[in-house]
Design a binder for this molecule. Sequence first.
Ligand code: ATP
Ligand SMILES: Cc1cn([C@H]2C[C@H](O)[C@@H](COP(=O)(O)O)O2)c(=O)[nH]c1=O
Length: 704
Amino acid sequence: MAEPFDPLTDPAPAHDLRAVLRIRAFRRLWIGFGLSSLGDWIGLLALTAMAKSFAGDDYQLANFAIGGVLFLRVLPALVMGPVAGWIADRLDRRWTMIVGDMLRAALFVTIPIVHTLTWLLVATVLIEIVSLIWGPAKDASVPNLVPRHRLEAANQISLITTYGSALPAAALFTAITLLANNVERATGGLGVNSIDLAVYLNAATFAISGLAIMSVAEIGKAAASGPEKHPTLWRTMVEGWSFVTGTPVVRGLVVGISGAFAAGAVVIGLGRTYVEDLHAGDPGYGLLFGAVFGGLALGMGFAPRLFSGLSRRRLFAAGLVGAGIGLTGLALIQQIEIATMIAICLGFCAGASWVCGYTLLGLEVPDEVRGRTFAFVQSAVRTVLAVTLAIAPFAAGAIGRHSFSIGGGKTVTYNGAAITMLIAAVLAVVIGLLAWRQMDDRPGVPFLRDLRRSFGKTPGMYPTQGLFIALEGGEGAGKSTQSTALAGWLTEQGYEVLLTREPGATEFGQQLRQIVLDPATGDISHRAEALLYAADKAEHVDAVILPALRRGAVVITDRYVDSALAYQGSGRDLDQADVERVNRWATADLRPNLTILLDLAPAVGHGRFQRRDRIEAEPAEFHERVRRAFLELAAAEPQHYLVLDAGTDRETLAALIQARVAPMLPPKPDDDAAPAAAKAAADVRVRGEQEPVDKERAGQEQPW
Ligand SMILES: Nc1ncnc2c1ncn2[C@@H]1O[C@H](COP(=O)(O)OP(=O)(O)OP(=O)(O)O)[C@@H](O)[C@H]1O
Ligand SMILES: Cc1cn([C@H]2C[C@H](O)[C@@H](COP(=O)(O)O)O2)c(=O)[nH]c1=O
């Protein structure tokens, strides 16, 4: 089970990488896969060097041997992918990884001992097969070790570690070979072989990785689905395929990720001839590659934080389209300095997409098929890489050199590499747009507006235990009526329900309510008003809402953060962004799983009652602004809102609310299994009027 996130003990923002590493289970797994990745890279360098050494001075054989090692590293994925996924979903994932690491260590040890090219190639295939099972087992485990809102940061760490370990691996490999050669020279030939040494070191990294993973007891077997707990391999493959093709989001992800890799492979496959055509030579080649990979690292590391408020589905697809546009620029601009800049942007977009795609797979794919899906993606990616790398140079060669007149007697010459890149760029854009169509979760909201608003915003923390529902709307819209009705309906069904409200659900909150709403308070600074409401929220979340959610209760609050954004952020002359920042901080960014917005013309709402408190007494324009702000908030995140016409009769409204809430409900406290205390709690508790807050008890609750 995941070590659950608790805003009370770890209030770090979701994108804080250190906060993920504070999760013990993930940290240990990270040490394991960090070492495995390091081993993988050293292995690649050492085995290609060893293959070359077997060929001696025979240039052709050396190329064949190196090509053979590289080809055999890709080949197993093409045939073994589905089997690897089946194994990863069926076996205990921790033991799969431990045994996998130990097997890889043992296989690496045998290579210098047997010392033949044939065994080197056979062992390469076997190691790759083990890696194919190990990878999906690891990828599928991560979402179970970290809370959902930290999965993206966990994936950033995973990807940066996997690809970033290439650099220390190369440095280590160089250091070993230099050291071994110096020892050889100094001792006059003890027979220390630097490549063998690197291979043994590599074996050691896998063995230590296995030991590190042994201590992660939290990793287990995949959740079993349905009555058939051990489906056959064939059945698993068919189910996996139909899951991927039949689930639009996953289909979009697989198509998108494959497209991104195809675009990347085109740059890798044609980079050499492309820079030759720009007369940039080896330095240009190095520059271009450094730019793409540097951009990738920047995208993986910073894009999620930079666009923290943007829907991940949109960021994924936009990244793909961005990479396609970058590739177009690369193909058209025939100047190495500008091409380098473009390559950084291209890498950035691809990196953003890659980390989002991985996170979405972890979030959208159920545990029982996650291993298969990751294996499927890895196979698809490797197949696409292999095919693109093979086809791109031929396509470029076949296209050849072409000159185009651009007027004024001038011509530009594009050769096959640039034109093939252009074709790949168009494909990448089309694939990105297709992925967008399949996955967009905010239809109707213009992307640029979304993008502008997303800067500096946080994605929010949505409870995964219990259910959190907020009712929002203007004065007299019927929030109290509907929240009471909803609470009654849920209680009848056996749920523990906590009905609460803002401001004033705690003793402290009652005092604040008195101050902010009493007309006798008169005019106070709008910032002071905003802070008083925010203080009420902070206490409400810590003392009332979180403890109830941790118990698995359904929490219904009559008003929450949206009220502050609408009343203080839009009604008053305050900056919305400031109000949002303060309120997100005050509530540890806890957001309702669903906000029910009861929309009503202010005049109608005011006509439903007589009394006027300090806020209700504000002029009509104030309440109009508040109404518009509520509607805009709902339009910006439709998946978290139910907007209803509050002029509808009470019963119809209640039925509509029930229909929307029903599929979101958590499991009921099981009559037989639930502890007595939980059963006793299965009633409606109303906060804000009678009960004082029992802080001591709240502090003792289990984290959720
Ligand atoms: N659908 C409805 N149609 C007509 N009247 C309603 C409806 N729902 C509630 N009312 C009436 O409107 C008045 C205000 O309802 P309620 O207290 O539920 O609204 P509220 O949104 O909680 O108000 P406030 O913002 O003041 O807390 C009550 O007299 C209630 O009986
Ligand atoms: C939470 C919250 C509330 N308000 C305003 C909105 C209402 O005018 C009152 C609360 O009264 P109710 O009868 O309990 O609905 O307070 C606000 O301005 N900002 C907030 O964050």
